[in-house]
Design a binder for this molecule. Structure first.
Ligand SMILES: [Zn+2]
Length: 500
């Protein structure tokens, strides 16, 4: 921990990027070098690997950002300064947004052409996306005060929520544990994909992993510094060396059968915890595909890593776009990723292999996926079918929440595109829960974990004390009961918020 402090506070000494070079103007007048480049981190302050990059244009469209004003003059500020933190967040968010804008593709945020960024709203060990802004905090850690926005991992995780919300908005309010967990997983995949865009990081990871990509590395470890800070007050609630690790051995279990909270070594139905299953599968597919695609399987090069990662991110985006929103959402996305990989037998084999090993797709389901010709026929039929843009609302019986009347929620009950399911623990196809059963399990979890703002809807005597946790949802009074409304997606696993 002490070593990490020393490392994380070390000033960048050497540019890790080749992108910092400036051109001379036609009049041969040199630009002042220092004003065009900024210092930042490659992935997380805990790794402490410096990155010197051109000052990003935050107003660039598509996917512009509105940062706090006034902006510090672009310069190579040392770590530990507010100017360094400003430019570190700016470099990471610009890189991530540029990547997804091309990959999805995207023209605007859910909030419009520009997304607000609040670099430090106050004290908490968290960060969140609330549809109008990306919000970061500062908080205590054994190494002193840390700032969640200083971590490119955290910044690009929150960015991932905003990106996913921009192209699949119906996931926002879905009352489903798997959908909420997938939102978290996409955030972590966004952090990983944004980091992979850096040639220096690709080379470093391939060197560190000796070509066996799927192993614990600073790329697989997400938000190490924030993880350290949370671990100090809640030992066991996060992984031993980071907030979440994309290298893990979790296999599928119906989240409705899992505890609503558990130590980090176990899977729980809490969205950040359950997200690790899908992130782990994606990272494992990346490793398997890289070995299968590389000219020298034991020595993949950084261009091969970039190419394979981009292909897989493309399959994932296609899968999300085309998948029906159902309770067993992981299986739908997994099936659609196999289908998106199309006729490339190497990719389909790697993707199916990992998803089956993880139990996200049952053996039977993986074998039943349509071939390329069938997919083309299915796509033609679907083109003629109007797309569902919002999820149906259902009413849940709600006396055990202290509610008078029904609780109305958006249910993950769209018609299934693929008749696939995840596996039960004995490898047989699991029975997918109904949308209403999944919604009930999701809402039970929210109340159990104290993540709902009761507002004026529930009388004081029926409310559960919540320990001051950040509220992801709120109850809104409507005729006949209350409606559940999502407020935000956060990034932390902090059971008890600070300052809320
Ligand atoms: Zn999140």
């Amino acid at each position: 921990m002490v070593q990490a402090l020393v490392k994380s506070r070390k000033a960048p000494t050497k540019p890790a990027s080749t992108a910092g070079k400036t051109k001379t103007s036609e009049k041969n007048k040199p630009f002042p070098q220092a004003s065009l480049t900024v210092n930042s981190w490659e992935d997380d302050p805990e790794s402490g690997v410096p990155l010197t990059a051109p000052a990003p244009d935050l107003a660039k469209t598509p996917l512009a950002f509105t940062f706090p004003n006034p902006a510090p003059k672009p310069d190579t500020y040392p770590p530990g300064t507010s100017q360094f933190r400003y430019w570190t967040a700016a470099v990471a968010l610009r890189r991530g947004a540029d990547y997804w804008a091309r990959r999805v593709p995207l023209k605007r945020w859910q909030a419009g052409s520009s997304l607000k960024v609040i670099l430090d709203l106050g004290e908490d060990l968290n960060a969140y996306y609330n549809r109008t802004a990306l919000v970061f905090f500062h908080g205590p850690s054994p190494t002193g005060t840390i700032y969640s926005g200083e971590s490119p991992d955290v910044a690009c995780h929150e960015l991932g929520h905003a990106v996913l919300d921009a192209f699949k908005p119906e996931l926002w309010g879905a009352a489903s544990q798997e959908v909420a967990a997938f939102h978290e997983s996409f955030g972590d995949i966004s952090a990983i994909m944004s980091a992979i865009q850096l040639p220096s990081l690709r080379n470093a990871i391939l060197t560190a992993t000796g070509g066996r990509f799927y192993q614990n590395s600073r790329l697989s470890r997400l938000a190490e510094q924030l993880g350290n800070a949370i671990r100090a007050s809640e030992p066991g609630s996060v992984d031993p060396d980071c907030l979440r690790n994309a290298v893990n051995s979790f296999t599928y279990q119906d989240p409705a059968t899992l505890p609503s909270r558990a130590p980090a070594v176990q899977l729980s139905s809490e969205p950040h915890s359950f997200s690790r299953l899908f992130t782990g599968a994606f990272f494992e597919i990346l490793g398997a595909s890289l070995a299968a695609k590389a000219a020298k399987p034991k020595q993949p090069n950084e261009q091969e890593l970039l190419s394979v990662a981009n292909d897989l991110a493309g399959f994932l985006v296609e899968a999300v776009k085309s998948s029906s929103v159902v309770a067993n959402w992981y299986a739908q996305v997994a099936a659609a990723m196999v289908v998106a990989a199309g006729s490339d037998a190497i990719y389909t084999s790697c993707i199916k292999g990992v998803f089956v090993r993880r139990g996200i797709l049952s053996l039977h389901s993986a074998a039943s996926l349509p071939d390329v010709a069938q997919v083309a026929a299915l796509a033609a039929v679907q083109k003629a079918t109007p797309a569902l843009e919002s999820l149906p609302t259902i009413g849940l019986s709600a006396p055990h929440y202290g509610l008078d009347g029904m609780l109305f929620v958006e249910a993950a009950v769209q018609p299934r595109q693929y008749l696939v399911t995840s596996a039960a623990t004995d490898a047989t196809p699991a029975t997918a829960p109904s949308g209403s059963a999944a919604a009930m399990a999701f809402v039970d979890d929210l109340f159990t974990r104290g993540r709902i703002d009761y507002g004026e809807v529930v009388p004081e005597k029926y409310r559960l004390g919540d320990g001051g946790r950040l509220k992801t949802h709120a109850l809104v009074k409507v005729d006949g009961g209350a409606r559940l409304q999502r407020r935000l997606f956060d990034c932390g696993l902090c059971a008890y918020g600070l300052g809320h």
